[in-house]
Structures are given as C-alpha cells and as structure tokens.
Ligand binder design. Structure first.
Ligand SMILES: [Zn+2]
Length: 101
C-alpha cells in the first residue's frame, strides 16, 4: 500500500487511543507518519466503541475466600438472573464473560 500523502510505504501497526485505552489496527506511513484505516479496521474500532457504550460499571466484593461481582439491577432484570441461578464464566482476550444459563 502506498501513502496517499507522500507516496511512502504504509505499514500495518497497532496503536492506542489514549483517552480510553482503546487499541486499534491501522496503516502508518514510514516516511511521513500519516495513518489510515481500511473499512475492516474502521468496523473493528466502531464495534469496540459500541461494546464500550453498552458497558456497565461493576463492583467486586469479597465473599468468603472468593470475590463476588455485583451485577446492576437492569442487567439482572434483562437476563432474568435470580439468586442461586447458575451460569458459566468464560475468559476471552479482553476479560471475563458471564453467561447466565
Ligand atoms: Zn506518507
């Protein structure tokens, strides 16, 4: 790929938007530093922001020797979570995901 500004060489890079710690993939010109994203990279970043907007803050609390997570009531209602109900916990690259059964 060629830089649209200086015709220099574009290299794939990973960068972070400092305000919210959001990482993204783009291409950067090795000559002038111009950064561009292709459609797929843009879509990925948009998707990350959508996820972040839906994010809710949670609080960790001690429960015996374990740590419990307090789930906000609107999420409890939406997923019909009740005390004693089971679910599964999985790990992914960004963190922990809770899936109510
Ligand atoms: Zn350039």
């Amino acid at each position: 790929m060629e830089c649209p500004m200086c015709k220099g060489k574009m290299e794939k890079m990973k960068d972070i938007i400092k305000q919210d710690g959001m990482s993204f993939d783009a291409f950067r010109c090795t000559a002038c530093g111009e950064e561009i994203m292709n459609m797929q990279q843009l879509k990925m970043l948009a998707q990350k922001y959508r996820k972040l907007r839906h994010a809710k803050e949670i609080t960790f609390a001690k429960w015996g020797n374990s740590i419990a997570v307090r789930i906000p009531s609107e999420i409890v209602d939406e997923y019909h979570i009740t005390s004693g109900k089971q679910g599964i916990l999985t790990k992914d690259k960004e963190g922990i995901r809770i899936i109510p059964a």
